[in-house]
Structures are given as C-alpha cells and as structure tokens.
Design a protein around this ligand. Structure first.
Ligand SMILES: Nc1ncnc2c1ncn2[C@@H]1O[C@H](COP(=O)(O)OP(=O)(O)OP(=O)(O)O)[C@@H](O)[C@H]1O
Length: 283
C-alpha cells in the first residue's frame, strides 16, 4: 500500500529521516511529541511537499505520479484544514458528489450524518468541536478510499466522541478488505485499541516500530530500587530513566524479569510509557 524509503526533509535544525511501509489491511499508528515530524510525513505522502531525498510510493507508484483517480482512493483528515466554514451539510454533499462522482454514495452519507446527529441546515462553523471532528472523518470515509491518512483525528475531543470516531473507523475498515490506515495521535490509548502496528517517532527519526499486541503483551517497566540497580541483569533492558525510587527500566521481555526477579515490581507498559522512556533515555 505505502512504502517510504529514506525520506529526508530538513527545516533548520529539524531533519526528518525515516523509512517504513504499510501493507494492505494494516492500521499503523504514528505516535510522537509535538513537532517531531508526523505532519511532515503525512504531507510527503500526499505530495504536498518536496522531500530533500528519498522515495514515497503509494499504490505502487511514486506519489508524484498518482493520477486523479489514485488520489480519489486516499481519504484524509488534517487537524487545521477543513471545508469552507460557511458550508452546510447540503453544500458538503454537492461538493463530494462533484469531486468523487464515481464513488460518493449520497444516501449512505446522509444516513451516517443522521446516525451521528449532524445538523443538516447549520453552517459548519457553528458545529461543536466534536461534531466537526465527526464530519471530518465522515468526509474521509465517504468515497470508498483504500488508504486513510488521519492526522490527529481525535485531538481535543472528549472520551465519548473519541470512542464514537474510532467505532466509525472500525466499521469502515470492517466493510471491505484491503483498506489501510496511517493515523497519528497524541492519545496513544486510542491507537492501542485500533492499530496493528505502532511507530514511535522522535526528532524526525523512528525510534521503535512494533506490533501493538506484542508491545502490550511483552513490554514492561521495571521499578528498580537504586541499591539493586547495579546488580540487575540488563540483557533485555532497552532504556533506563532515573526516578525518585531508583530507576525505571523499559524491557521488551516482561515475563523474563517477572520470573527471574519475583521481588521486583514489573508492570505492563503502555505506548506512552515506552515512548517516554525511549525519548528520555539515560544510560
Ligand atoms: N513549512 C515549514 N517550514 C519550516 N519549518 C517547518 C515547516 N513544516 C514543519 N516545520 C518544522 O518541522 C518540524 C516537524 O513539524 P511537524 O508539523 O511535522 O511535526 P508534528 O509531529 O506533526 O507536530 P504536531 O504533533 O505538533 O502537529 C517542526 O520543528 C516544525 O516547526
């Protein structure tokens, strides 16, 4: 579906330098702090910026060679871009019909707007934040896109709306095979629920790519008292950070430490825990 090879883009001191790929039917979550390059990756995939070097292939073609038909197979949400604020749902429907004449299903769209309680006659600018976010996602899902590029679709939303958005996305993916997603979020618990793989990025570089289930089942945080740290078996320790009680150590072999160090506090690691320890590593 998507292949990114040695993609480089420099802005002043910041340099994006990454490679990864997405297969058909895969949902990949991109997680990282503010300003680490997530949107730069999204914009590169859409051909909205020219990389300094490297390759981005989508649907087997360099993105610069995608036809209008290929571009119609991409569904997108960006945090700061939206349809004209003066539009109503009626205007939105007309635009979608004109843009995606072959794939936009108006009755299905109307049905989804009704299900999600989108006001039909109100201007989009008067929609609440949650309803605007739902409309954004509905737009991305409205034209049979095979590849979804969702940049922070759940940002700034309450837990109920976030769950509703994720359910909409899951329903869409469940309808048909060969649909893939690249989704970014600062709320990694959202991504833990829906992503097959998680990519952690920091300062323009990928610091970890891991299957979500593997990460949640095998990664762990060891809480090691300072006096025990020197003698700790560090074979499967990926990163360490000083804490008040001693050291927090990230492992990708939680059970190894649970079995061999029964007195040690060994907890499951969330995606946030992993990110925090990897980006602030102290050896
Ligand atoms: N057009 C541009 N001109 C100059 N600098 C830019 C430009 N676009 C991005 N940057 C810089 O590149 C870096 C990465 O930005 P990017 O928007 O990709 O990060 P991000 O991970 O998406 O951040 P956020 O989570 O806050 O949206 C930042 O330092 C940003 O200031």
């Amino acid at each position: 579906m998507l292949e990114i090879k040695n993609l480089k883009k420099r802005y002043g001191n910041f340099e994006l330098d990454c490679s990864f790929h997405i297969d058909n039917d895969q949902v990949i979550g991109l997680v990282g702090r503010n300003g680490v390059g997530k949107t730069t990756i999204f914009r590169s995939i859409l051909g909205l910026l020219r990389p300094d070097s490297g390759e981005v292939h989508l649907f087997g073609k360099p993105v610069s060679q995608l036809s209008a038909n290929d571009k119609g197979r991409i569904g997108v949400t960006f945090p700061n871009s939206f349809i004209s604020e003066g539009f109503t749902i009626t205007d939105v429907k007309k635009t979608l019909s004109a843009t995606y004449s072959a794939t936009f299903n108006i009755s299905e769209f109307e049905q989804k707007c009704e299900q999600q309680k989108l006001p039909v006659d109100k201007k989009v600018k008067h929609f609440s934040t949650g309803i605007q976010a739902k409309l954004k996602l509905l737009l991305a899902l409205s034209h049979e896109a095979d590849f979804l590029l969702l940049d922070q679709p759940t940002s700034g939303l309450d837990v109920i709306v976030r769950k509703e958005l994720l359910a909409m996305l899951q329903a869409y993916l469940g309808q048909k095979h060969n649909r893939s997603v690249l989704i970014s979020s600062h709320i990694s618990s959202d991504l833990e629920q829906i992503c097959d793989f998680i990519i952690l990025i920091d300062d323009g570089k990928i610091i970890l790519q891991e299957e979500t289930d593997h990460l949640l089942n095998n990664y762990g945080i060891l809480k090691v008292p300072a006096e025990e740290y020197p003698s700790l078996d560090k074979e499967f320790i990926l990163a360490t950070k000083k804490r008040k009680y001693g050291y927090a150590c990230l492992t990708n072999e939680r059970r190894y430490y649970q079995e061999n160090n029964p007195k040690l506090a060994v907890e499951k690691a969330s995606v946030d825990d992993v990110l925090e320890l990897l980006i602030k590593e102290e050896k």
